[in-house]
Design a protein around this ligand. Structure first.
Ligand code: ADP
Length: 425
């Protein structure tokens, strides 16, 4: 039992005893009890009023002096009030800290309601999107009106990050990333990736320029080497081997420059590929014929195209992609290998498969095979004259046509490159 309650019971017991005794001596027990009880109630009422007054002033300042039950209660209330004050203080400090942290961030952070209305944002978001105080409660789609952003922010399952020009300054590129939290609220992170995009553009331009610039001197070199080879009989003995090697190496450099130009064109070309109808069976037939010219009788190249549906795409790019795959099957496999070029269509896609029964690729290489300059075996690639860019070109061409590639390969059994391209209606 609480100390205050015990003291109160003791006080009531003593008061009753005192009243009984006084009443007995006075000869009016009931009247004395009534008077004493009334006084006790008045005293209690005074305590209650003082407690109310203190609570009325938000329990600020020291609590009123009281003893017994009232002392206990006042103490309880005082301690609760102190605890509450401390919790409020630490919440205030936490909120201040979060505000400081988000203010220090260079990335914009915006909190949206489930209805995509602006609830809160940090100073960086203000700078990046030009938000002002009055925008609170506005719909986010009123502030960024680009249709791609509208689709992005309205979608239920938030899609991958979206890259857009800043509505404030179109020379800057912003990356929007969204995540949901709480009960359908959205946190939108806005990053200024202009520098990154500029660097990427510089890299692309550098590769495109350097590979383009390499072509002219290489053409001159190849021309002279060919002329010298044609007149080999007039040259000192022993030059033939050197000329042959010079010819081979210039050819390699030429192939590298051409592949680099092709890859940088594919990368930098933001325009979608032209969508002229192409008869894939004829295109693959042509590739097979050209490959037979390179491979001679050493390889068996077969085509089996079970589709006469025209595919809408860019002929030059698709020729380059499928031709790379067929030539790879020859380049990277010993003679005697059978290369099968198949094509068929499903309800939504055209599928082109280029399979061989050659040496196959160790599965550990498969995830990295389409990276530029990635080769399974550096020394073998050198002897085959590969640039290491072929599969990167294939991947880019397929991506530009909205398609993808799957590689299946077993060491010692062969490889299968399956290209899937969505049919456009
Ligand atoms: P490369 O110019 O070397 O052909 P690619 O990007 O076209 O570059 O191919 C990357 C690597 O993948 C090649 O070096 C080769 O080791 C391997 N590769 C590609 N196609 C085949 C294939 N059909 N059979 C075996 N290995 C292959």
């Amino acid at each position: 039992m609480h100390r205050g309650l015990k003291a109160e019971i003791r006080r009531i017991a003593l008061l009753t005893l005192f009243l009984l005794l006084t009443g007995f001596l006075w000869g009016h027990i009931l009247l004395t009890l009534l008077l004493g009880g009334g006084l006790y109630m008045l005293w209690t009422f005074a305590h209650i009023t003082r407690l109310y007054d203190w609570l009325d002033q938000s329990a600020e300042g020291p609590p009123p002096e009281a003893s017994g039950v009232w002392g206990d209660m006042t103490d309880f209330l005082y301690r609760m009030q102190q605890r509450n004050e401390r919790a409020k203080q630490s919440r205030r400090q936490l909120a201040e800290r979060v505000k400081d942290i988000t203010s220090a961030l260079a990335d914009g952070i915006i909190i949206l309601t489930p209805d995509r209305e602006l609830e809160w944002w940090n100073p960086a978001a203000e700078k990046l999107l030009g938000l002002v105080k009055q925008d609170r409660g506005q719909s986010m789609t009123n502030l960024v009106r680009d249709p791609r952003f509208v689709v992005f922010i309205q979608s239920d399952a938030l899609p991958p990050p979206l890259e857009l020009n800043s509505p404030e300054d179109p020379t800057r590129t912003l990356l929007f990333t969204a995540a949901t939290f709480g009960e359908g609220n959205i946190i939108l992170v806005v990053q200024d990736i202009t520098r990154l995009r500029n660097l990427e553009q510089m890299r692309q331009d550098f590769v495109a320029n350097i590979s383009h610039e390499l072509r002219t001197p290489l053409t001159v070199l190849s021309g002279y080497i060919e002329t010298l080879q044609d007149n080999a009989d007039q040259l000192p003995k022993g030059w033939a081997k050197a000329l042959l090697q010079m010819g081979q190496q210039t050819e390699r450099l030429n192939a590298l420059a051409n592949d680099l130009v092709m890859l940088s064109q594919l990368e930098s070309n933001r325009k979608p590929p032209s969508r002229a109808p192409i008869m894939l069976d004829q295109l693959l037939q042509q590739i097979a014929e050209d490959a037979r010219m390179v491979a001679g009788d050493n390889y068996l190249i077969e085509t089996d195209c079970a589709t006469d549906t025209p595919f809408k795409g860019e002929y030059k790019e698709l020729y380059s992609a499928f031709s790379n795959l067929v030539l790879n099957a020859i380049k990277h496999n010993p003679s005697g290998v059978r290369v099968q070029i198949r094509c068929f269509h499903t309800a939504s896609d055209i599928v082109v498969e280029i399979c061989d029964n050659g040496s196959g690729i160790d599965p550990k290489h498969l995830p990295r095979l389409t990276e530029r300059f990635y080769r399974v075996d550096q020394s073998r690639a050198t002897s085959t004259g590969g640039t290491g860019l072929g599969l990167a070109i294939v991947k880019h061409v397929l991506m530009r046509h909205g398609g993808s590639m799957k590689i299946d390969s077993t060491l010692g059994k062969g490889s299968c490159f399956r290209c899937q391209l969505p049919l456009l209606t």
